[in-house]
Design a protein around this ligand. Structure first.
Ligand code: FES
Length: 110
């Protein structure tokens, strides 16, 4: 079981904010979209491009992120692959606000 990892104070992570954090060796993209916090693994399921990493920042369109490499779209809330050329979903990770801090954890190996 892995622990919760701090992302940022909620006061500094308002609507529209996004961040990349390392969660036990996995790059995770965290978003505040319309006041709700969501986290997905930052790896496109098509050809392993990072979606939000520096220098390759994917466009966010509502609840969707567009892979900067070939344009696949994913639902940020669920990790679901929405358009080709990606057909496999990416991991969606649990988030919480604890003591005013936005946190994320990777529960895939629990
Ligand atoms: S690497 Fe993301 S769509 Fe190809």
């Amino acid at each position: 079981m892995t622990g919760w990892v701090d992302v940022a104070p909620l006061a500094e992570f308002g609507a529209g904010a996004r961040a990349i954090v390392d969660v036990d060796g996995a790059e995770v993209a965290v978003f505040n979209i319309e006041g709700a916090i969501h986290a997905i693994e930052d790896v496109c399921s098509h050809d392993a491009e990072c979606l939000l990493c520096e220098g390759a920042e994917g466009e966010v369109d509502g609840f969707e992120i567009v892979c900067p490499r070939h344009g696949a779209r994913f639902d940020i809330r669920t990790g679901k692959a929405l358009t080709a050329p990606a057909y496999e979903d990416i991991a969606s990770l649990p988030t919480r606000v604890h003591g005013g801090m936005v946190q994320v954890r990777d529960d895939r190996w629990d």
